[in-house]
Structures are given as structure tokens and as C-alpha cells.
Design a protein around this ligand. Structure first.
Ligand code: NAD
Ligand code: MG
Length: 298
């Protein structure tokens, strides 16, 4: 099992993709049904009290990158509100259990972030149950590949933007009313913001919007002592990819074109979200931290 604390070769720290990576699920997909099951740090992430007593919201917290972030935040000492879709209850309950085992509070709030009222309700629930919000980690996202613009429906275009961009706006707007100096917002872009795939027209466009949104908002709230940053993952092994994010036949080579030559695992993303949430990154705002296997970015 890969461990983030011992020196090792990052090219072999996790497995390459191969034929066993070819699989298909319906959107949004379940992590527990994947082969191999992604590593979200369940048995490896060790906290060192870097987020002691913080109150955090993590969207997409049931699986993939959000799951790794929720586990890491709890082990660093934060209480966590988890946002996810009702269909993902089975994955979410595993995360609730891991957070409770870390001795922290987990509040599970299933619902649809495409709905502005739900976004406001999620923030209100965090304030009521945890007593405030110090960290908003926006990790939820929608990615469905479509090969030809002629087949990209207005419905999908709208849902991708609602999930990836509008929800960010609604959640940030509502959360900022409650955030004190020292609070942080961490958003999730992608390598797709700089190297858009032809089959991810709508998705890639939202990911560059997220970078720009974050750089603008970071300046707006800096004088309030609130920082806004972004993590931009490369190819990471998660349900998003097997539930319509990529054509099934492409999964056997997933991540193989990165300089490190393999897909990333959610566990490798979490430390970036911890760093950007903690005062260790106190002089960093409006920045995008690329965690993408070594692909050059602007
Ligand atoms: P994932 O499927 O595990 O997580 C995405 C989550 O988004 C889902 O678990 C779901 O809970 C949530 N979600 C989607 N639509 C929602 C809605 N309408 N309401 C509420 N929640 C909703 O996959 P992941 O790869 O961990 O994705 C997390 C983030 O990472 C996304 O923003 C994605 O764009 C980004 N990302 C992923 C990769 C990758 O290769 N996996 C690369 C770059 C960026
Ligand atoms: Mg999920």
C-alpha cells in the first residue's frame, strides 16, 4: 500500500492503468463498485493537527477526490459537512464512519447542487450543526464526454455549468456571509482548463471558468482575511471517469501519457487541499496548485 510518508519512486507508487481499468457505471457511479477501488487514503492518511477544531464543508465528499479530502480534513482535526447526491449514500456512509473513527463530527447532507436553494440550505445546515464555516472545499463536479458538438445537448451543457460553476457561485456567496478572517475556499479545476480534450467541450470550459472565478473572488475577499485557491488535478482514478467521464475503451491507458506515466489516486490530491486550507499557505491566494503527474501548465 502506497504511503505518503516514506520516500519512494512516484512512478511506481501506484499501479499503471491496464485492461482491468475498463469498466462502466451509470452517472454518478459508486467508488465501492470500481476495480481497482481507488485509494482515498482510508488506511494511510495521517493527520498532524493542522486543521484542529475547524468547521469544513466538502462537496463530492462521498467518493474520489472529495472523499480523500473529507478523510484528510477529519484526521487533521476538522468537523466535516459532506455534500453528495442521494444515489451515493452507500459511498457517503463509509466516509461518515471514517470521520467518526477519527473522533470528529460528520454531517451528511445529500442533495442536488444544481439547485440554488439546496446550496443555500447546505450552508445553513453547516452553520447550524457545526456553528460556523472555516473551510469550503468545492470538489463536486460533472463530466460526461460527448464526441460531437452536434450531440451535446443544451440540457447537458446547462447541467455541467450548473454543477461545476453555478454551484461554486451559490455556495461561495452563501458561505462568505459566515466566514471569519482565516477562512479559506478551495475550488477544483483540472488539467482540462489548459489542455481541453475535444470530447470534453462543456466540462473543460467550466474548469477554466473555475480558475478565473477563483482569481477574481480571491482579490475581492482578500481584505477580509479570506483566501481562495484552486487545486487542478490531472487524470485521477475516480467514479467520475468510469461513469461517463471517458469512453470505456480509453480507461485501460488512463493517465499513461502523463510524465509520471500512471493515473493519480485521490489520496495524492488530499494534501494539496489540506495545505490550501491551513495557515501554512497564509500568503497564497488566487493560486492554482496543479497535481497532475507532471504535465506542464501555463
Ligand atoms: P467523483 O465522481 O468521485 O466525485 C464527483 C462528485 O461530484 C460525486 O461524488 C458527486 O457527489 C458530486 N456531484 C456531481 N453532481 C452533483 C450534483 N448535482 N449535486 C451534488 N453533488 C454532485 O469524481 P472525482 O474525480 O473525485 O471528482 C471530483 C472533482 O475533481 C470534480 O470537480 C472533477 O471535475 C475534478 N477533477 C477530476 C479529475 C479526475 O481525473 N478524476 C481530474 C481533474 C479534475
Ligand atoms: Mg461519488
Amino acid at each position: 500500500m502506497a504511503d505518503q510518508y516514506k520516500m519512494q519512486d512516484p512512478t511506481t507508487q501506484y499501479t499503471q492503468a491496464g485492461p482491468e481499468f475498463e469498466q462502466k457505471q451509470e452517472e454518478p457511479g459508486l467508488q465501492k463498485e470500481m476495480t481497482p477501488v481507488p485509494d482515498a487514503g482510508e488506511t494511510t492518511y495521517r493527520g498532524t493537527g493542522r486543521l484542529s477544531g475547524r468547521k469544513a464543508i466538502v462537496t463530492g465528499a462521498d467518493s474520489g477526490i472529495g472523499r480523500a479530502v473529507a478523510i484528510a480534513y477529519a484526521r487533521e482535526g476538522a468537523d466535516v459537512v459532506l455534500s453528495y447526491l442521494p444515489a451515493e449514500e452507500a459511498d457517503a456512509q463509509q466516509v461518515v464512519k471514517l470521520i467518526e473513527e477519527a473522533g470528529r463530527t460528520a454531517i451528511a447532507v445529500p442533495g442536488d447542487l444544481k439547485d440554488e436553494k439546496f446550496c443555500e440550505q447546505l450552508i445553513a445546515t453547516a452553520v447550524e450543526t457545526l456553528g460556523g464555516i472555516d473551510i469550503l472545499a468545492n470538489v463536486a463536479g460533472k463530466q460526461q464526454f460527448v464526441k460531437d458538438i452536434a450531440d451535446l445537448t443544451t440540457g447537458q451543457f446547462d447541467e455541467t455549468f450548473k454543477t461545476n460553476v453555478y454551484a461554486l457561485f451559490w455556495l461561495s456567496k452563501a458561505a462568505l456571509k459566515h466566514m471569519k478572517p482565516g477562512s479559506t475556499i478551495i475550488n477544483t479545476a483540472s488539467i482540462q482548463a489548459y489542455e481541453p480534450s475535444p470530447i470534453l467541450l462543456d466540462y473543460a470550459t467550466t474548469k477554466s471558468a473555475i480558475n478565473t472565478f477563483s482569481k477574481s473572488l480571491a482579490q475581492q475577499v482578500a481584505s477580509k482575511g479570506i483566501r481562495v485557491n484552486v487545486v487542478a488535478p490531472g487524470p485521477v482514478w475516480t467514479p467520475l471517469q468510469v461513469a461517463g467521464g471517458q469512453p470505456q475503451e480509453k480507461l485501460k491507458e488512463f493517465g499513461s501519457k502523463t510524465p509520471l506515466g500512471r493515473p493519480g489516486q485521490p489520496a495524492e490530491m488530499a494534501p494539496a487541499y489540506v495545505f490550501l486550507a491551513s495557515p501554512e499557505s497564509s500568503y497564497i491566494s488566487g493560486e492554482t496548485l496543479n497535481a497532475n503527474g507532471g504535465m506542464p501548465t501555463p
